[in-house]
Design a protein around this ligand. Structure first.
Ligand code: HEC
Length: 107
């Protein structure tokens, strides 16, 4: 897990030098602790869609943030395929909001 996280950070740093590296490292750590990274990666599709693709899809969708917070909490399927995201109820509402806000800023 730690190696994977380091890799993610390295990829992010290499490809998006303009992003605040400290924020990204902290958010990747939170994503890892929240077990999102069991199914997600920033740039690659795993079980779930790459988060960069999520950001691209909703870039001009003002209502996306609130919808995605609910989706992450409750789980669901049908937007990216037939595989479902399981509910993430052990993750606090505050942390889900932080994660979704960050995901939507990815470029
Ligand atoms: C068990 C695997 C799994 C875990 C754990 C998981 N996801 Fe997902 N996630 C998925 C799948 C599969 C989808 C695609 C669902 C769909 O097609 O509607 C998805 C979709 C998403 C989407 C896009 C939803 C949409 O409707 O477009 C976001 C944002 C997201 N996940 C964030 C998270 C965050 C944040 C966490 C950690 C708190 C997390 N996921 C944990 C599998 C997972």
């Amino acid at each position: 897990m730690t190696v994977r996280l380091a890799l993610l950070v390295a990829v992010l740093l290499a490809s998006t030098p303009a992003l605040a590296a400290d924020d990204d490292a902290a958010m990747l750590e939170l994503a890892d602790k929240s077990r999102c990274t069991a199914c997600h990666d920033v740039r690659d599709k795993v079980t779930g869609p790459a988060w960069i693709e999520v950001a691209n899809r909703y870039r001009n969708d003002a209502g996306a943030f609130e919808r995605l917070v609910v989706k992450v909490r409750e789980g669901g399927s049908g937007v990216w395929g037939t595989v479902a995201m399981s509910p993430n109820k052990r993750v606090s509402e505050e942390n889900i909001r932080k994660l979704v806000r960050w995901i939507l800023t990815l470029k």
